[in-house]
Design a protein around this ligand. Structure first.
Ligand code: NAP
Length: 286
């Protein structure tokens, strides 16, 4: 078996660079007399994990000079009350981007509320219209985690044109949108899932292999072509701590490039949210 010492991708450094770039551009806009972009985070209820995620997003916004237009609604809010908060943010000129934090409390129809977000303010890129724009190759806002994966690959100079890219996972959040972003970049894309026959054989053809599964260390040495770029989106809490979908120790002797967990894809999601908010503000101003 060929042994390669993988270069470890520094997601924290790439994230910091993107956030600085966004901050610089926001400063330039404000200095030119324009209004700073604004992000409306909408949190419903008191789920502790969601509260932490939203707090982190708000903090990152403030650091980049993006206006923090947060709304916290009580856990017993009705569909109509949440819809009204979204409609208000849709109509507000100071709001460039809207992020409806999921999951919503039980009994609330999350897909229909997500779909209510104006596609031009859909900084999570998860509305059906944003998904359709991506599939058709039309301009629009793309989901943050897949954008973060592309940013890491670009930063580390991975050639995507003509590359064999294999994604394990077909969620609307990660796997499917990432497949279209890679297709847009002229990769040959294969999407694997729980019914894929001989996962290792399919994965081991990949020049670019992405794990977006949610199964700790599912992807091992047998799945990796020597020298491949291996991107681990998985975040799995185990008794032994945080684990990715890739067996890091095995992969680091086989991959050419490899993301750690934590410190790989994770920090990119917020960075791309900030960039999407800036992009949305710029597009809204024509
Ligand atoms: P998800 O909606 O649960 O989708 C998981 C996908 O993996 C499904 O398509 C599923 O196949 C497939 N799968 C499950 N077991 C498999 C197996 N044994 N072999 C092959 N495929 C298998 O998950 P997700 O939302 O995409 O998230 C995936 C992981 O990424 C999770 O660990 C999540 O925490 C993490 N994540 C990280 C970030 C970040 O910022 N870094 C952001 C989002 C998600 P089926 O469709 O056939 O069921």
């Amino acid at each position: 078996m060929a042994t390669v010492a993988a270069t470890i991708i520094d997601g924290r450094a790439v994230s910091a660079r993107v956030r600085e770039e966004v901050g610089r551009e926001v400063k330039r806009m404000v200095a030119a007399g324009e209004r700073a972009p604004g992000l409306a985070t909408i949190l419903v209820g008191d789920d502790p994990a969601s509260a932490i995620y939203v707090a982190n997003k708000r903090k990152a916004c403030a650091e980049a000079g993006i206006a923090d237009l947060h709304r916290h609604l009580p856990a017993d809010s009705s569909h109509e009350q949440i819809a009204a908060a979204i409609d208000k943010a849709n109509a507000d000129a100071a709001t460039s981007g809207i992020l409806l934090q999921l999951p919503l409390p039980p009994g609330i129809d999350a897909p229909s509320l997500t779909a209510r977000i104006s596609p031009d303010k859909d900084v999570d890129g998860l509305t059906p219209i944003s998904a359709g724009r991506l599939v058709q190759g039309a301009p629009g806002l793309r989901p943050c985690t897949p954008l973060g994966v592309i940013e890491l690959l670009d930063t580390y100079g991975v050639e995507l044109q003509g590359a064999d890219a294999v994604i394990v996972g077909r969620s609307n959040l990660v796997g499917k949108p990432l497949a279209f972003l890679l297709l847009e970049r002229h990769a040959t894309v294969t999407i694997c899932h729980s019914r894929t026959r001989d996962l290792a054989a399919v994965c081991s053809r990949a020049d670019v292999l992405v794990g977006a599964v949610g199964v700790p260390e599912l992807i091992g040495a047998d799945h990796i072509k020597p020298g491949a770029a291996v991107i681990d989106v998985g975040i799995n809490r185990t008794e032994d701590g945080l684990k990715g979908d890739v067996d890091f120790a095995a992969a680091s002797e086989r991959a050419g490039l490899l993301t750690p967990v934590p410190g790989g894809v994770g920090p990119m999601t917020i960075a791309m949210l900030l960039r999407n908010t800036l992009t949305a503000a710029t597009l809204q101003r024509g």
